[in-house]
Design a protein around this ligand. Structure first.
Ligand SMILES: Nc1nc2c(ncn2[C@@H]2O[C@H](COP(=O)(O)OP(=O)(O)O)[C@@H](O)[C@H]2O)c(=O)[nH]1
Ligand SMILES: [Mg+2]
Length: 696
């Protein structure tokens, strides 16, 4: 069966880890009649947490997609991970859905990941709401949670469901929009049942309904006039008003429930089917062949265009490319163009899915998300079309990796295989990177945190039987000079017939930081003929590749050749190159050489209670605090400049200082001189490294 654009809705469930997303996802599928029973996260059998790494750790690592059908709509639901290590998979589902619901645990205040995700949704202007979870717990406090949402996000959430009781007294929810109640049945293992609103909740329901009407009246001016005239709105006006006001961000819907007891789910599904945004109101951005960025509306009547939002390698199905169709429709057994790779490709079977269970479809219409199996060319972020359109969707913007480590296979013969699987992991999760650093001669992988990287390495170890070693990456130190100096060098070799001869006199001087290298020919009168000057410059560049302190590259130096000598027969480019290289080394030794270390701009987000600890940790890391800003919601942003060598384990340190709540980003800023003990350590380590290198 295929679903046309007018029948599709997309919603992402997101929020801090452990707030009940996967459980909510599972029970929505059960309440919607899509699975015969709901499993617990602990059992390892949920639809949402289905990969070995998720089952083993009892947390979500990847986005999962499934759908429920209700009132003629197919509601695609994404379950997402809560740990910031896997934020890449959350953000891609935000792009692919027209609505996001953030889960908030009613036992605790709004937590930091939820605040960060809210900000991402705000940046995308994505309609969003809250689902307050775990109201059956003794520590649950619905009113306080709602209050905290108000305070942290400066919004007035509009309840669509109200809980009846909490803790052991929890009975179910009131569906405010449809004026009825849903009661937990028995132990909650069967779907909730509809019934009349108990008398004790009548007033609260009326009050909540009044708020819903006010929210609906924000939909447009005519509705507002009606509301002001009549003091109310009829059911149809309310319906259209709530749809429009949601699209205009005029209100934030709030839901409540106990997923584990199958409670509060049907009103949410009804909301999604009836009021949740129609994908045909969505837009995305393309870049044309001419490089212009334009917004295009999601439109079923245009020719096919779609975006690969995710790539997964499944144990059974092989490579799966998740595509969101933006315009037109994609048919199975058809030819498409992969615009990003300029390649045509034949698409075989198409699927929709319930978690890892695939279901074949003939067509995917604009608005829907489906899967292409075993594609030859598709990669995440690729644009597909039917014809020869050349515009491509903008690649998804993701945060930069913050945790970096160097890896190698324990057995050298496995290095290529390791590289292959690291590349695949980088394809599956675009917040994970894999590069070979030619300067430090290391394979460096980076990601959002230790957990993400460990999961990837564990998987490679388990599936490929490759033993992987990890270590702290080497830092790309630099060397430079602090004063002017000059030196001369004569390269002379007499070997039988043809000799080698070249004399070079160089002046060197420091340049401003970041200026790199300048070379000037200051020879007057032909002491060194012009055709040898490129050889001199090459020699200087070679000399600069390995400095005199610890063999790190030399930067920010101006070099001039001021004099020299040549021999009409024995001189050659090679002779001048060798002379220049040695002259440079000699000059550098006299020019007050110094080591430079990379200094990063660090941006840290922490709850204000950790501010002091984070600051003092940064000062112990030679950090210079540059500013501090309140982000609202009790979150502080700290900006500091910190040497890279102090930040190699920062994701681990920050996690321990802030009980896992802090987050940060780093960016290279500049190189700064180091001296004394710190420099001595670097020189010692470099010497040891070069000994090892020469032994290999
Ligand atoms: N008491 C109670 N526990 C819940 C509820 N929903 C989820 N949990 C539990 O909270 C824990 C985390 O749930 P999970 O769905 O994995 O959260 P996620 O990390 O947000 O996906 C699990 O032990 C769930 O059984 C609920 O409605 N009531
Ligand atoms: Mg989960």
């Amino acid at each position: 069966m295929s679903y046309t654009s007018d029948t599709i809705k997309n919603v992402t469930i997101a929020g801090h880890g452990g707030t009940g997303k996967t459980t909510l996802f599972e029970h929505l599928l059960f309440a919607g009649g899509m699975i015969p029973r709901a499993e617990t996260v602990e059992s390892g059998k949920t639809v949402g947490d289905s990969t070995p790494e998720e089952i083993e750790r009892k947390i979500s690592v990847h986005a999962a997609l499934a759908h429920v059908e209700r009132s003629g709509k197919k509601i695609n639901i994404f379950d997402t991970p809560g740990s910031s290590d896997f934020v890449g998979d959350v953000i891609l589902t935000f792009r692919a859905s027209e609505f996001a619901v953030l889960t908030v645990d009613s036992r605790s205040a709004v937590q930091i990941e939820t605040i960060k995700l809210w900000r991402n949704l705000e940046g995308r202007k994505k309609p969003r709401g809250f689902f307050i979870t775990k109201l059956d717990d003794e520590r649950a406090d619905y009113a306080k949670t709602l209050e905290d949402i108000k305070e942290k996000f400066k919004v007035e959430p509009v309840p669509f469901t109200l809980p009846m009781g909490s803790g052991a007294e929890y009975k179910g929810v009131i569906d405010v929009l449809n004026s009825k109640a849903y009661f937990v049945q028995g132990d909650g293992s069967v779907p909730e049942k509809e019934g009349p609103i108990p008398a004790e909740y009548e007033q609260a329901t009326l009050d909540a309904r009044e708020k819903l009407i006010e929210a609906a009246a924000e939909g447009d001016d005519t509705l507002m006039e009606h509301y002001i005239d009549k003091g109310s709105l009829d059911a149809e006006e309310m319906h259209t008003g709530l749809i429009e006001a949601l699209a205009n961000h005029a209100y934030i819907p709030a839901f409540a429930g106990v997923a584990l007891k199958n409670s509060g789910l049907i009103p949410f599904i009804d909301f999604m089917a009836g009021i949740g945004p129609d994908p045909r109101t969505a837009k995305d951005i393309v870049r044309t062949a001419a490089g212009e960025e334009t917004e295009i509306p999601l439109d079923p009547d245009k020719p096919l265009s779609g975006l690969v939002i995710k790539t997964a390698y499944d144990q059974f199905s092989g490579k799966l490319s998740w595509v969101k169709i933006l315009t037109g429709k994609l048919s199975s057994e058809s030819e498409i163009t992969n615009v990003s790779e300029s390649k045509k490709e034949r698409v075989g079977k198409l699927y929709i899915c319930q978690g890892k269970k695939l279901e074949e479809v003939k067509e995917l219409f604009a608005g829907d998300v489906g899967l292409i199996a075993k594609s030859a060319t598709l990669r995440t972020n690729d644009t597909i079309t039917a014809g020869d359109a050349s515009a491509t969707f903008l690649p998804l913007r993701l945060p930069e990796p913050v945790h970096v480590i160097a890896v190698n296979a324990a057995a050298k013969k496995d290095d290529d295989k390791l590289g292959e699987f690291l590349l695949r992991a980088a394809e599956e999760d675009r917040t994970f990177r894999y590069v070979f650093n030619a300067e430090t001669k290391e394979t460096v992988i980076s990601g959002m945190g230790e957990l993400q990287i460990n999961i990837i390495l564990d998987k490679i170890k388990a599936n490929q039987k490759i033993e992987v070693e990890t270590h702290v990456p080497r830092i790309a130190y630099r060397e430079t000079i602090t004063k002017k100096a000059g030196a001369e060098y004569t390269h002379k070799k007499q070997t039988g017939g043809h000799g080698q001869y070249g004399k070079v006199v160089l002046d060197i001087a420091p340049l401003a930081r970041g200026e790199g290298f300048k070379f000037e020919n200051k020879i007057f009168g032909g002491a060194v003929p012009r055709n040898y000057i490129p050889g001199v410059e090459k020699g200087v560049v070679e000399g600069m590749a390995r400095g005199t302190i610890a063999q790190y590259p030399v930067v920010d130096v101006e070099v001039a050749i001021v004099d020299g000598k040549y021999h009409p027969v024995d001189s050659s480019e090679l002779s001048f190159k060798l002379a220049a290289r040695n002259a440079f080394r000699e000059a550098m030794r006299q020019a007050g050489p110094t080591l430079l270390e990379p200094v990063m701009t660090l941006t840290v987000f922490v709850e204000d209670k950790y501010l002091g600890d984070v600051m003092s940790d940064l000062s112990s890391k030679r950090g210079k605090i540059q500013g501090e800003d309140s982000m609202g919601g009790g979150i502080e942003e700290i900006k500091a400049q910190v040497p890279q060598s102090e930040l190699l384990r920062y994701s681990i340190d920050l996690r321990s200082i802030t009980s896992g709540t802090g987050s940060f980003s780093v960016e290279f800023d500049h190189y700064a001189p180091i001296s004394g003990k710190i420099a001595d350590e670097v020189i010692k380590a470099a010497a040891a490294f070069h000994v090892e290198e020469s032994e290999e």
